[in-house]
Design a protein around this ligand. Sequence first.
Ligand code: NDP
Length: 486
Amino acid sequence: MRTPHVVENWIDGRSHGSVGGESLPVIEPATGAEIGRMAASGAADVDLAQTAAARAFPAWAALPATERAAMLERLAGLVERDVERLALLESTDSGKPLSLARSVDIPRAAANLRFFAETVREWKADEDFRAPHAVSRVMRRASGVAGCISPWNLPLYLFTWKIAPALAAGCTVVAKPSEETPMTAAALGELSAEAGFPAGVLNVVQGRGAECGAAIVRHPGIPVITFTGGTATGAHIMSVAGPMFKRTALELGGKNPTIVFADADFDAAVAGAVRAGFQNQGQICLCGSRVLVERGMYERFREAFVERVRALRVGDPMDAGTEQGSLVSAAHRGKVAAAVERARAEGGRVLCGGRAPEHSELPERVRGGAYWLPTVIEGLPMNCATNQEEIFGPVVTIQAFGDETDAVRLANESVYGLAANVWTADHARGMRMAEQLEFGIVWINTWMLRDLRVPFGGMKRSGVGREGGEEALRFFAEPKSVTWPG
Ligand code: NDP
């Protein structure tokens, strides 16, 4: 039997169990087995972490940006050195294919750390403005202790996307990964010591959102909160952080359209729509879960799309050929199953999937896992719950549109506004669509292609604020304007 994992908090430069001694199981979702225990932290643990972070803050913020950058780069190097170990932890913890964790999640975590190291080196924290009789200087200084709360779908990728700009800007951090996927964040805490981070600069507290996460949000000594997760949780966090006048950034859910025009490169559009719909089992906020296809080629596209989705290899995340792993938990699979039931009740026709795989369809090791077959549903109006509510699983709806105006109308018929992807051979049309789509991110003939310098985030109920580039550094710094005659 393998040694069970022990996941502890990383506070003030060392590992700790929770103050109350409580723990939670760590489950491997692909098998359903308990593979370890994690600290179940609460307010007392968050207090310890905040105290350490507040103590470390003045010296960290006073370091030259180049020194903070060098430490982030050393940490990136350690993540790259340990890519195999971290990818294995990530895949085991989340159910995602090991090949995806190895090629996307972990390399991107290292890239996040490197990117913000480079960005802070170039960043002008002080800026002068000259007028005829006055000079004003804007001085941006780190805000203090930042609370960073991240979700389970891209665990280390999104964890580093939050902590890297905070640390680069000079904040110290109290961070909480999702209780579903605690392992890589715990490993990163340990690696931060090896990279030379002073004790207290990066603290990782593990536990449930409603206890540990909520304690971060309401802690008076944590003036900045950055959160990625569900829209309902985001609304709750805002209701607590708002009256405390905390600086808050929210990256929330999405119900994103993939829009395919008849002039698009057919094969590229089919492949793109499959990838956008089902990467990471559809558990990415950017996934295209509403496929809109121009009427003239709807039937042909639907046929090719469904054939490709049916052919996706569902299997053991550890097998090299697996394209679809398990969902993050049995509870989440229950939510996906209920959403598909509701789609049927709303009159949707299930074109493929629509059920959990039979035991005989899965390798023996993962027969107890939280699997769901990639699902395509047709015949639903845009205003039904299936097309309006985020499912966050391998479930996509497909529908036809008439012309550009119709495509824009259908795509924008959503309370969410995170990301749209448009497939067309006519770039001018792509740009016209981008102008009219109410989404923070628009991809033309591609999906999830990111330049880390550009703002990332959504409109409407998909979030408040933008991450990425200098905007992220600015978020963690208070501007002060100083003016003198001159
Ligand atoms: P949740 O909102 O449930 O959780 C996100 C994080 O918040 C977790 O660490 C969770 O802890 C914590 N949390 C839960 N309740 C509270 C609370 N009351 N106070 C403070 N923290 C809390 O989202 P999921 O983890 O289920 O993630 C999926 C969601 O994230 C989807 O809606 C998806 O669209 C969105 N998302 C958005 C992205 C974006 O950039 N816009 C990117 C990726 C995902 P715990 O899990 O331990 O309960």
